[in-house]
Design a protein around this ligand. Sequence first.
Ligand code: ADP
Length: 505
Amino acid sequence: MIVTFWPIWTVDIVGSILMIIFSFLCLKIVRSLRRRDPSNVIWTYLLRVCFGLAGFAVSRSAGHILKQILLLSGHGSTWDVIRPFSGAVNSFMFVLVASVTLFFERIWKIYRQVSTDKQALQAAHEELMFLNQNLEELVRERSEALALSEKKYRRIFEVSRDMILVVNKEGLIVDLNPARCQMLGFDGAAGSPQGRDLRSFFCREEEWRGLQNTLDNAGFVLNAEVDLCRLDGTRMRSLLSGSVDDQPSEKERTIHLLVKDIEQRRLMQEQMAQADRLASIGQLSSGIAHEINNPLSIILGYSQLLLRQASPETERHQDLKTIEKHVRHCKSIVEDLLSFARRSEPKKETVNLNQAIDDVLSFIHRNSDNDKIEIRKEYDPQIPPLFLDEKKIKQVLINLIMNARHAVGKTGVIRLSTAFAPSTREVTINVSDDGYGIEAKNLSRIFNPFFTTKPTGEGTGLGLSVSYGIIKKHGGDILVESKPGEGSVFTVVLPVASEHPEISP
Ligand code: ADP
C-alpha cells in the first residue's frame, strides 16, 4: 500500500532509516543481555552478529540515502562515481556478517558444552554442600560423645580414693589426681608433686630400682609394696600397681601408676602381731607366776614368823627385814604379772574421772620425797561419770604418772588433762611430761612385758603392758607420742558406754 502511493525514493530513504534504527535497537538489546550475563557465549556471539548487521545497515542505508539525495539534486554522475565504492563497502560488510554466522554451530556447541558442564558443576556443588552439612553434624555428634567420655573418665580420675600418677620416661610426675596430693603431704600451700621426680618419694632406693626393673622387663607391676616418704618425712606404706603406656616413639613413653595407702593396714597388722605376742607372753607368764607365787608366799610367811621371834636390834633382825623387803618386791612383780596374764573381767562402777585422778595424785604425793615437779591440771568439767573398774583405772594412772615422774627427774612439768568429745562419745586422758622422752626404735616396744630402760631394781617393764591390758579390757586405747629429749604424751581413750545414762557433773 505504502509502496504504491509513496514515490519510490521516499520508500528507499524511510526504509534505510528504519533499517539503521532496528539494527541499533537489536544491538542495544543484545548489549544489555550480555551486560547481565557477560560469561554467556551466545550473547557474546549475538553481539558480534549485531555489530556486523548494524555496520551493514549503516553502510547500505547511508549509500541509499546518499544515492537518492544525489539523484534528486541532479548529480546522477557523481552517484555513478560513488556507487562502486558504496557497493564494495556493502559487500564487505555483508561478508563480515556472513562470516560471523558461519561460526554459529561452533558457538552453539561450546554453549551446550558449557551449559552441561555448568549443570554438572551445580550438581557437584549441591552434593558437596550436602556432604559438608552431614560431615558437620557427624563431627558435632562425635565431639559431644568424646567430651562426655572425657568428662566421665576425668571424674573417675578426680574422685579416686587412691592416687593415680602419670610418670614420664625420666621418672617425672606429669599428672596426678589433685585430690590425692595430700597423700604425699601436699596440702595446697606446699605446692604439688607435679613436675617432681617420683624417685624422690621412695624411702628406699632399691625399691625404686626394683620397680623400674619390673616395668622394663614385664611392662607392668602388680601390688608392689613400697615405702613412700611424705613431704614431712613420715613414711607411708603403699601398694603400687601400674603399667607402661607404649607410644610409637620411646620419648613419649609414659607409666600409669595407681598408689594405694596401706599405712593403716600395716599399723593394724603390727597391732595384731603385738596383741598375739602379748597373749602368748601372757600365757607363759601366768604359768611361771603361779609357780613362783606360792613359794614366795611361804618365804614371806616364814620370814615374818622369824622376824617376830628376833629382837629388833640384832643383825639377824636386819637380815630378815632385807629378806622380807625383797620378797615383797618379788611378790609385787608376780602380782603385776598375774594381773597382766589373768586379764580378769573389770569390776565396773560409776566413777568420776577427774576425782579419780586427784585421788591418784594425792596418793603419789603422800608416798614421794620432796621434789620440784610441777603438776598442771586441765580437767574438762563436762566429763560424764564413767562406768569403769576404778581400782584398775587408778593403777593405769599411777603407772603413767610414775613413769612421767621418772622421765622428768627432780625438776620438770607434768600435765594432766581430760577431755570429752560428745561426737565420738569418748573421753581422753593426757599425761604429758617434758622428760627424757622415748627413742623412736623403742616406741613400738614399750608396751611389751619386761621391756624397760630403767636400771635393775627400778623398773620391771610391766607397768605399761598391764595398763595396756586394762585399757583394752575397757574397750579403749592407749597411745603414745614422744621424741627423745622433748618429753612424752600418753593418751588414754575410753569410750562412754551408752547403756549407762550420763549424770550431770
Ligand atoms: P617400767 O616403768 O618398769 O620400765 P613400763 O612398762 O611402765 O615399765 O615402761 C616401759 C618403758 O617405757 C620404760 O622403761 C621407759 O623406757 C619407757 N617409758 C614409759 N613411760 C615413759 C615416759 N613418760 N617417758 C620416757 N620413757 C617412758
